[in-house]
Design a protein around this ligand. Structure first.
Ligand SMILES: [Zn+2]
Length: 81
């Protein structure tokens, strides 16, 4: 694993579970922004997500795991493909 920014091999790989990730925002954020952000998200992406899920016929709970690489030298973060 090599950092694309500085070329260092001192890279930490951590797995992030998106489904069970705790929200970083507070209650007020959710009260004022969270709900309409969710609504907007559904309007733009929710349709496609539901359609995709219906066509695929997959499991109802999606356990999406992301592998995030963090460079220990320059702090650059990127997603592992
Ligand atoms: Zn780096």
């Amino acid at each position: 694993m090599i950092c694309p920014k500085c070329g260092s091999t001192d890279v930490n790989v951590s797995v992030i579970n998106e489904v069970f990730e705790k929200p970083e925002h507070g209650c007020l954020w959710w009260l004022f922004i969270g709900w309409w952000w969710r609504l907007l998200w559904f309007i733009f992406f929710g349709w496609w997500y539901l359609l995709w899920r219906a066509l695929r016929g997959g499991p109802k709970t999606v356990n999406k795991q992301k592998e995030i690489c963090v460079c220990q030298r320059c702090g650059h973060r990127w997603e592992m493909k």
